[in-house]
Design a protein around this ligand. Structure first.
Ligand SMILES: *Cc1c(COP(=O)(O)O)cnc(C)c1O
Length: 213
């Protein structure tokens, strides 16, 4: 069933991904390693996790299968070291202090950690993320973080107007030609996100089913 869901999601992506630019991240928060293994057996390689401890357990359980791990959840300072040591990408960097810690804690042997800035694209008080008008200032500070590779932006738009929000995010992204990655689109709006230039879509429910909590 996970295998069939995955195939359906891949087909939805293919139908709109004219330039074949999109990578599917299977968002596996709250799911057991056995669910991820089903997706892996069906060819899935990129996984997104929100909660550090359960993510570490799954990374350990599923190692040596060539997986690429994305941290997409809120980052507390005291968790940054484990994130820097165990992930390939971090999508949820929302303040410079966290970027600095990830940089200082990234082990040399792992190469650069790929980082996206989480943008609070709709200026919602309930969401974390950098406000659009703060982006330029934060980006300038990244020059000195040589263990990070700043690749682009991630956003979670307000569901009521995600088409407008995705377009606004895409416009900001265009102003930074040295960045190459836009992480946007979830189960309900992946087509809109891809039409607006997403490079990663992050899909949980439509692959693994509804989450209990
Ligand atoms: C849970 C989550 C997703 C997946 O959402 P679905 O609606 O289940 O596809 C994507 N991105 C982030 C940041 C999430 O926390």
């Amino acid at each position: 069933m996970i295998k069939d869901n995955l195939k359906q999601v891949q087909q939805r992506i293919k139908a709109v991904d004219k330039n074949q630019q999109v990578t599917l991240i299977a968002v596996s928060k709250t799911r057991p390693a056995s669910d991820l293994q089903q997706a892996i057996d069906a060819g899935q390689r990129h996984f997104g996790e929100n909660y550090l401890q359960e993510a570490l357990d799954k990374i350990q359980a599923l190692k040596k299968q060539g997986l690429i791990w994305h941290f997409i959840g809120a980052i507390q300072s005291n968790k940054s070291q484990q994130i820097a040591q165990n992930f390939d990408w971090v999508h949820s960097v929302d303040r410079f202090k966290i970027a600095k810690r990830l940089n200082d804690q990234r082990p040399d042997k792992l190469g650069k950690l790929n980082v996206l800035l989480q943008i609070n694209i709709d200026n919602e008080s309930t969401k974390s993320g950098i406000l659009p008008e703060q982006i330029a200032t934060i980006l300038a500070q990244f020059e000195h973080l040589d263990k990070l590779s700043l690749r682009g932006f991630m956003c979670i738009p307000s569901p009521s107007n995600s088409d407008i929000s995705f377009a606004r995010m895409a416009n900001i992204f265009k102003q930074y030609p040295n960045l190459d990655t836009l992480s946007m689109g979830m189960s309900g709006d992946l087509e809109l996100a891809i039409q607006n230039g997403a490079s990663f879509v992050r899909i949980g429910t439509d692959i693994f089913g509804e989450r209990k909590q």
